[in-house]
Design a protein around this ligand. Structure first.
Ligand code: NAI
Length: 301
């Protein structure tokens, strides 16, 4: 097939100073996109900050013949998200692509999960995506084109001990995607989600070294690059990617059990529990919340 190219496109990658985001920014730059390399430059828990991380990636893109500009705003504030998008528009004229990738970790078991661990994690991941995507979406809507990528996590989709804050924020991004897919549809704005597995500073002390080495972030890059491209006409997909494997994840309903038409009782739920929760038979992905109501209404028609 024809090479996927981003010439004429303007891309914002948040948290692009290192790890996965850096690989997305470099590859977008190599393939012709004008890239806004955002990074707050802090440590893994979001403390500190500085310009070096973003600057280094910009220099690397330029050295390879690409165009890029650094942005040091924290995406966790409305002001930061607004500045970032404004800089993209002021510098390159528009925004076509947003990869919401910036992230921090503040792990603790749930009983010890205080607000100083909860709030910043939700602010960077979930509110950060809102802070950046909303002003970008306005510009995309005017231009009739946009590609947005959210970054969820296996923790949000499947769970992990000690990461209630992170998991809640990460699955919130899937909720954000689901409605944005619908709101962006008539403006050719596609929104998809990546659930990466990669060896980065975020995972270096939770993975055995031999596993860490196999999980080169470069395995995730092509999937995100595809989601950022004009070739991608799909929206609302969740892709798990790592070490060469790419899988689709999803939220489904089964056929369930109709306990009506009269209101039933908890004993009826208990008696039917195995069948209600049986996910080995037909699973359906619903297009929107109305579809969920239609699932109920079909038992009354
Ligand atoms: P990383 O720590 O190398 O990258 C995150 C980047 O975000 C850092 O460069 C950091 O400086 C930047 N950042 C943090 N707070 C920021 C803020 N407020 N504003 C702007 N930039 C900020 O980690 P990695 O692994 O590359 O993570 C990238 C994304 O992928 C994150 O959202 C992470 O949660 C997600 N992820 C990673 C997985 C993995 O296996 N590495 C697994 C699942 C999800």
């Amino acid at each position: 097939m024809a090479k996927i190219d981003y010439t004429g496109r303007v891309a914002i990658v948040t948290g692009a100073g290192g790890g996965l985001g850096k690989t997305y920014a470099l590859e977008l730059g190599k393939r012709g996109a004008k890239v806004v390399v955002n990074d707050f430059g802090g440590s893994r828990d979001g403390t500190g900050g500085g310009n070096t991380m973003a600057d280094d990636v910009v220099n690397e893109i330029k050295a390879a013949g690409g165009e890029a500009v650094a942005n040091y705003d924290g995406v966790h504030t409305r002001e930061g998200g607004g500045n970032l998008v404004k800089q993209a528009i002021d510098t390159f004229g528009k925004v076509d692509i947003v990869v919401n990738n910036a992230g921090i970790l503040r792990d603790k078991s749930f009983t010890k999960m205080e607000e100083d661990l909860w709030d910043p994690v939700v602010a960077v991941h979930l509110k950060g995506a809102y802070n950046v995507t909303q002003p970008a979406f306005l510009n995309m809507r005017e231009n009739g084109y946009g590609r947005i990528v959210m970054t969820t996590s296996g923790t949000g989709l499947f769970g992990n001990f000690g990461q209630t804050n992170y998991g809640a924020a990460k699955l919130g991004l899937v909720g954000l995607q689901n409605s944005l897919r619908i709101e962006g549809e008539k403006y050719n704005i596609k929104c998809n989600t990546i659930a990466p597995v990669a060896g980065t500073r975020m995972t270096e002390d939770i993975m055995p070294p031999e596993v860490f080495e196999k999980l080169n972030p470069a395995y995730v890059t092509p999937v995100v690059l595809y989601l950022c491209s004009e070739t991608c006409q799909d929206s609302g997909q969740i892709l798990c990617a790592g070490a060469g494997l790419v899988q689709a994840a999803g939220i489904f309903v089964n056929d369930g059990v109709f306990l009506g038409p009269e209101p039933s009782n908890p004993e009826a739920v208990a008696e039917n529990w195995a069948e209600i929760t049986d996910k080995t038979k037909t699973l359906k992905q619903l297009a929107n919340v109305m579809d969920q109501s239609m699932e109920i209404m079909k038992h009354y028609s």
